[in-house]
Design a protein around this ligand. Sequence first.
Ligand SMILES: Nc1ncnc2c1ncn2[C@@H]1O[C@H](COP(=O)(O)OP(=O)(O)OP(=O)(O)O)[C@@H](O)[C@H]1O
Ligand SMILES: [Mg+2]
Length: 400
Amino acid sequence: MTDLTDLHSDLVGDDVIPHGTDPAERKRVLIVDDDEDFAASLAGLLELEGYQTITAHDPPTAQSALASCQPAVALVDVRLGIGNGVELVRAFRQQSPDLICLMVTAYASVETAVEALQAGAYDYLCKPFHSADLLATLERCFERTRLMEEKRLAAERLGQMQRIEAMGQLTGGIAHDFNNILAVLLANLRWLQEHVQAEPHLAEMVDDALEAVKAGTDLTSRLLNFGRREGGDTVCIRLDEALPDLIRVLRRTLDGKIDLSLQLADGLHAVEVHPAQLETSLLNLALNARDAMPDGGTLRFEACNLALRPDDARVASGLPPGQYVVISVIDTGHGMPAAVQRRALEPLFSTKPAGKGSGLGLSMVDGFARQSGGRLGISSKPDEGTRINLYLPRAPQSLT
Ligand SMILES: Nc1ncnc2c1ncn2[C@@H]1O[C@H](COP(=O)(O)OP(=O)(O)OP(=O)(O)O)[C@@H](O)[C@H]1O
Ligand SMILES: [Mg+2]
């Protein structure tokens, strides 16, 4: 069903470490000018420089283009055939406060510049301008959008970490009390089980109740793990020893329809992490893969060393340059649509039916990776499968 050649043979670096908007989306420019020839030549120049352009010649078309294409920057002519560019910039800023507007005027005048800046324009250019000036100004605009995006993400990430921490404490507390309630239920049901053996229909009801208690106990123990993930000592782990052990356990746990394999690179470095959290994380990833392959498939674990250079795209996603070990969990399951992939790390986000998924697995694995100084990357395509890369920093050499 699935051709996973791409996902298998790719370098580990083609995954996405979720961190925000697609870079292509940030290079989109809306050109608003009633002079169609001028707008077309400007668009041609910008396209050559790698920008994506949308042109509009009047305010209503420009406003609907802003809504549908969401450009990061708008180049607006001060005089439009029907309507006024300064008014349009005001309307743009209301419609999309993060949009950066550059006003284009036919003549240099302080009044026009002041009016444009007061309307919310970021800067202005006087016609005729040199293409070098336009490109330098645009670069500044996009640098600004990048910085704004970084600031927004940092604040979002902090909020999310605080939410996860608060939720960890809350779930840990509830799970603990609930576990005690389940323990009472379990003890009583076991007693009943022994005493109703003579009455099969009652015995069957008690068995069903015991099954439900077991499901409840599984859930509470996962919630307890989630709440408990801070703390504990880190240990230097050799993955060439730990991963084969884990695969043995998984072979017993996973469905026989899943073909499990492990590929370790030579000279694998050690990592320094919480051992129980590493195990729980890999188990969570394996269970996600199993759920994505109800009719069976291939589940492959890979591990290799990675020296991340400062110019690597993953550094921009928040992974500091340095030495890592990457553990990849690759399945041939149903994969994730982009909208699911974007939200997959959110705590409590799950696409599984009620009772089948609590949406804590990936968020817990992501928390573990970050806490260990690494990151989690996702590469997934609907109907083609999923590859999760767990980047863990190499243990300090004195330990290996
Ligand atoms: N290997 C995968 N293939 C396809 N989709 C996946 C995979 N891993 C995760 N997902 C998607 O991401 C969502 C979130 O995953 P996560 O592990 O956080 O929660 P869950 O598996 O739904 O619940 P829980 O792990 O708490 O039982 C899943 O519901 C699923 O839609
Ligand atoms: Mg899961």
